[in-house]
Design a protein around this ligand. Structure first.
Ligand code: GDP
Length: 325
C-alpha cells in the first residue's frame, strides 16, 4: 500500500490524527505535497460520504466562538460528529490568525466527536478556498456529520464559503437603534438563517427588536427557488445560555431536508463542483503567468509593443502560443 492509500484508509476509519495530517497536507503549496493531496482527495471521493456543511459568518465579538462551542456541544451530545474549520484570509496580514486560537472553544476541542482546525496563516483567498474545500471533503470522508465553516464577516470570504456550503448562517448581535448594523446586503442575501445572538439578560429586548427588523428586511428579499416557505428566517439565540440553539438546529435540518427532497441539495453541490473546477483552472493560469520566466517574457513583449515593434494582438497571440507549450 502506498502512503496515500494508508492515509486514506485511516481517514475513512475516522482517525482524527490522520485527518489532521491530511489537512496539513492540503494546506501545503509544495508541488510534491500538492500531487499527493490531489491523489488523496481522489482516493477519498469514491467513499461518497456527505456531511451537512454549514457556513457561519459574523463580525468579531458577535459571539461566534461561544456559539460554535455551545452548538457543537449540543450536537455531539446528540451523538453527532462535528468538525469546525475557520477561514480567515486576513490572517496573513495580521501575522496570526484571529480565528486560530483553539482555547476559544475549549470544551469542544476536548470532545472526541469534534475536530477543530484553525485557519492557517495562508496567503491569498484562492489558496484559502482550495484548502478549505479540501479540508471539508476530508472531514466528510472521515465521517463527520456536520462541518461548520467559520468566517469573519468581511465580504469576500463569505461569498467563497457560500459556494462550498449547504446552508449559510449569519450571526448578529442585538442592535441599539433600528439600523441594520451595516451588514452588507450581499451577505444578508446569502443567509438562509439569521441568528441574533446574545438574546439574554438586558439584551433580550434589543435582540427581539433586531430579529423583527431583520425578519422584515428578509421579507423584502425575493424568495429563492431553493427556499421553502418561510425562509430565509431570523431567530433570537443565546450562545451563553443555550436558549434557541435547539430551535436553530431544527430550522437548519428542516431546510436541509426540504432541499434534499426537492433535489436542490445534489444540484447545488454539482454546481459548486463545476464552479470550483473553473476557479482552479483560472487560478492555475494566473499562477503560470506569475512564474518568473513567464513574467519576464510578458514584460519583454509589453515593452516591444510599447516601442511599436509589434502590435498588441500579435504579441498576445505569441504569448498565448508560448503558454500552450
Ligand atoms: P467572536 O469574536 O465572534 O468569536 O465572539 P466571542 O464568542 O469571543 O464572544 C464575544 C463576547 O461576547 C464575549 O465576551 C462573550 O462572552 C460574549 N457573548 C457571546 N455569546 C453571548 C451570548 O449569547 N450572550 C451574551 N450576553 N454574551 C455573549
Amino acid at each position: 500500500m502506498t502512503d496515500t492509500e494508508t492515509l486514506a484508509e485511516r481517514i475513512l476509519a475516522g482517525d482524527r490524527r490522520a485527518l489532521a495530517r491530511a489537512v496539513t497536507l492540503v494546506e501545503s503549496t509544495r508541488a510534491d505535497h500538492r500531487a499527493e493531496a490531489t491523489a488523496l482527495m481522489e482516493a477519498l471521493r469514491g467513499a461518497g460520504r456527505q456531511a451537512l456543511r454549514i457556513g457561519l459568518s459574523g463580525t468579531p465579538g458577535v459571539g461566534k466562538s461561544t456559539f460554535i462551542e455551545a452548538f457543537g456541544m449540543m450536537l455531539t451530545g446528540q451523538g453527532l460528529r462535528v468538525a469546525v474549520l475557520a477561514v480567515d484570509p486576513s490572517s496573513a496580514r495580521s501575522g496570526g490568525s484571529i480565528l486560530g486560537d483553539k482555547t476559544r472553544m475549549e470544551r469542544l476541542s476536548r470532545e472526541k466527536a469534534a475536530f477543530i482546525r484553525p485557519s492557517p496563516a495562508a496567503a491569498q483567498l484562492g489558496g484559502v478556498a482550495r484548502r478549505t474545500r479540501e479540508a471539508v471533503a476530508l472531514c466528510e470522508a472521515a465521517g463527520f456529520d456536520v462541518v461548520l465553516i467559520e468566517t469573519v464577516g468581511v465580504g469576500q470570504s463569505e461569498t467563497m464559503v457560500a459556494q462550498m456550503c449547504d446552508l449559510f448562517v449569519l450571526l448578529l448581535a442585538p442592535a441599539g437603534g433600528d439600523e441594520l448594523q451595516g451588514v452588507k446586503r450581499g451577505i444578508m442575501e446569502m443567509a438562509d438563517l439569521i441568528l441574533v445572538n446574545k438574546a439574554d439578560g438586558d439584551l433580550r429586548g434589543a435582540a427581539t427588536r433586531t430579529v423583527a427588523d431583520y425578519a422584515g428586511a428578509l421579507r423584502l428579499l425575493r424568495r429563492r427557488l431553493q427556499d421553502p416557505q418561510g425562509f430565509p428566517k431570523a431567530l433570537p439565540v443565546s450562545a451563553a445560555t443555550g436558549a434557541g440553539l435547539e430551535g436553530a438546529w431544527d430550522e437548519m435540518r428542516a431546510l436541509a431536508d426540504w432541499r434534499r427532497g426537492q433535489g436542490w441539495w445534489e444540484r447545488t453541490r454539482a454546481d459548486q463542483a463545476s464552479h470550483w473546477f473553473r476557479e482552479e483552472v483560472r487560478e492555475g493560469l494566473l499562477r503560470r503567468l506569475a512564474e518568473p520566466g513567464i513574467r519576464a517574457e510578458m514584460a519583454a513583449r509589453a515593452e516591444a509593443v510599447a516601442r511599436g515593434e509589434i502590435g498588441a494582438e500579435a504579441a498576445a497571440a505569441e504569448m498565448l502560443a508560448r503558454l500552450r507549450d
